[in-house]
Design a protein around this ligand. Structure first.
Ligand SMILES: Nc1ncnc2c1ncn2[C@@H]1O[C@H](COP(=O)(O)OP(=O)(O)OP(=O)(O)O)[C@@H](O)[C@H]1O
Ligand SMILES: [Mg+2]
Length: 594
């Protein structure tokens, strides 16, 4: 019911068009009843009375009525489709904006394809109603009212007999409609599962192929597809149940009218044959709207289910809504500080960070090392305020991050991470990233600083080359250099490099490292790296293990401590040696991490 009211709120803002459509529908209803009305005069005044002029007049009236009816029908459909389309358009925009504004944590619990399904499948369902359903509702609703008025005006007793079956069948249908909504929800969920599967397979296509798992993927898809099929058929069985019920009920009503109306004409002489015939025609015309309206009733259920699913997302609080921060920081003077920060991703999951305290002074370069899962990326997530600490505080220039306005905070931070996301757009736009007004010279300068200019100019269309989906046409190192160029352009006072070079071979790493060294200058920088060679130049190295900082210091002293850092370093050294022996073949994932 709530979804229904919320959708309605979007509908009523279009009241001028709705009003105009209502007028058209009114004309349409009147002309439909006009047919039945003409029948009475045709039979009584023209045929039975033998009036030829009347016959001609009525014959002329029929196409005239049809013309008016068609024009108003066109007008109504056009107007209502316009309204329906606008509503869906606004809904889509709102949903997209909301998805952008949701916190990162939300996506950890959602399948991307499932969310995409809300955009396609659920919105389509809503669109089908707000266009077709609206038209039916308004047009047939009004026609129904007018025709009912007409038959009651002709003979109310007979009319009562004709419609007595309607409430009975409606009571039957209400129970059906209830179940329909539940089945629709199941159906949309299964469809979302299918979309999610499709999206994940397409993104991971190379993995599927590399492991020769096409058969497995196809089987999984087949099963999910079968579930969609079953859910749909269950829905259909119930949905298609509605028109036959109406049909039988209608026939019963009709039979009553034929019998009792016939007696009224033959025995009681209360009606003329023309009136009875006109009554029957009106009843026949009534049948269409009643049937359509009952279908709209059952169509409404999937729509409400879809609307519920969309509103469920829209009701998720966005980052901005949750942001209580009011401080507008524009630069960094003292740096970042963690005060006994503990953090869990989920209330019942083990802590990812435990009582971590650290300082990164303004302009300082601090490196973070530690084995896989030790919490390095978590620290990055907390600095960017993708998540908030479970206890303790993260401070920027002495302000609790929660008190800093989120947009202001994010503007201060540039993150270059291992996975570079490029968009299907030109190289230039990928570097400028949302700032189309930026002159090409600035983009080129940034690209040069990131050692990317040379490979960009070697591309087929230089800076105007469109990068394929997910950056397929560029190598890992090239993509990372684009990401670095991006960071150069933003020119953020705080820079976070989360394994920015870990995907690279030594040669590209050397180039990217050079670019990074230039980027780091004069900024407050946190470097996360597996490759210890990249962290040796740091002012300070923090060693993380099991969510705690276990060692801290410069490279040499840390080595002499013979602790965790030494162990990481020795392991790394062995790996590097074996890697170079194998011609820089990628080491096993686990050994590189461990
Ligand atoms: N979104 C998440 N939800 C729940 N747990 C998470 C999430 N992200 C990370 N974790 C868990 O938190 C712990 C720390 O993860 P984190 O990503 O910080 O490790 P890391 O040091 O960056 O590791 P790596 O070197 O492999 O990137 C791990 O045990 C991980 O399983
Ligand atoms: Mg990580």
């Amino acid at each position: 019911m709530r979804a229904y009211r919320r959708l309605l709120a979007d509908v009523v803002v279009h009241w001028p068009r709705l009003l105009a459509a209502g007028l058209c529908a009114g004309v349409l209803a009147a002309t439909t009843a006009g047919y039945a009305w003409l029948v009475k005069y045709w039979l009584d005044d023209a045929l039975i009375a033998g009036n030829l002029t009347m016959l001609v007049l009525i014959s002329l009236a029929i196409p005239a009525v049809a013309l008016v009816k068609s024009v108003s029908s066109y007008g109504e459909s056009y107007l209502l489709r316009h309204v329906g389309n606008s509503i869906v358009c606004v809904l889509r925009e709102r949903l997209y904006g909301h998805l952008l504004a949701l916190p990162v944590g939300y996506y950890a619990t959602q399948r991307i394809g499932g969310l995409m399904s809300r955009f396609t499948n659920d919105i389509n369902v809503i669109q089908s109603l707000v266009t077709v359903g609206f038209i039916d509702l308004m047009q047939h609703g009004l026609t129904l009212v007018v025709l009912l008025g007409y038959v009651f005006y002709l003979n109310w007793k007979l009319a009562l007999l004709a419609v007595i079956v309607l409430p009975v069948s409606y009571i039957l249908l209400v129970r059906v409609l209830h179940r329909l909504k539940r089945l629709s929800t199941v159906m949309q969920e299964q469809l979302a599962g299918l979309t999610a599967m499709l999206q994940e397979s397409l993104v991971g296509l190379r993995v599927i192929k590399a492991f020769a798992k096409e058969e497995f993927a196809r089987e999984e898809f087949r099963q999910q597809n079968a579930r969609v099929f079953t859910a749909y058929m269950r829905l259909v069985r119930l949905m298609e149940f509605v028109p036959p019920v109406i049909e039988v009920a209608g026939a019963l009503g009709f039979a009553l009218v034929v019998w009792y109306g016939g007696r009224q004409v033959l025995i009681d002489k209360a009606m003329s044959p023309g009136e009875l015939f006109s009554f029957l025609v009106a009843c026949g015309l009534l049948y269409g709207p009643v049937k359509r309206l009952s279908t709209v009733g059952s169509q409404l259920q999937p729509v409400m289910a879809a609307a519920d699913r969309i509103f469920a997302i829209l009701d998720q609080p966005t980052e901005m809504q949750m942001d209580r921060g009011r401080i507008e920081l524009t630069r960094v003077e003292r740096g970042i500080e963690f005060e006994r920060v503990s953090f869990r991703y989920e209330p019942d999951s083990p802590p990812a960070l435990q009582e971590v305290s650290l300082r990164i002074g303004a302009g300082e370069l601090v490196a973070l090392v530690g084995s896989s899962g030790s919490g390095k990326s978590t620290i990055v997530n907390l600095i960017a305020r993708f998540y908030e600490p479970s206890s303790g505080r993260v401070l920027l220039d002495g302000h609790d991050l929660r008190d800093v306005r989120l947009t202001a905070l994010r503007r201060l931070i540039g993150i270059v991470s291992q996975e570079t996301i490029l968009f299907q757009d030109t190289v230039r736009n990928n570097i400028a990233f949302g700032r189309a007004d930026l002159p090409l010279e600035a983009v080129i300068e940034a690209a040069k600083a990131a050692y990317a200019h040379n490979f960009i100019t070697a591309l087929s269309r230089g800076y105007d080359t469109v990068i394929g989906e997910r950056g397929l046409t560029l190598s890992g190192g090239e993509r990372q250099r684009l990401a670095i160029a991006r960071a150069f352009l933003i020119n953020p006072p705080i820079l976070i490099l989360d394994e920015a070079t870990s995907a690279l071979d030594y040669e590209s790493e050397a180039i990217v490292q050079q670019a990074l060294n230039d980027l780091i200058k004069g900024r407050t920088t946190l470097v996360v790296a597996h490759r210890l060679s990249t962290v040796q130049q740091a002012d300070r190295i923090l060693v993380l293990e099991g969510g705690r900082i276990v060692e801290e210091g410069a490279h040499e002293p840390l080595l002499r401590q013979n602790g965790v850092y030494r162990r990481l370093y020795d392991r790394q050294f062995r790996d590097d040696e074996s890697e170079s022996l194998l011609g820089a073949a990628p080491a096993e994932e686990s050994s590189r991490h461990g």
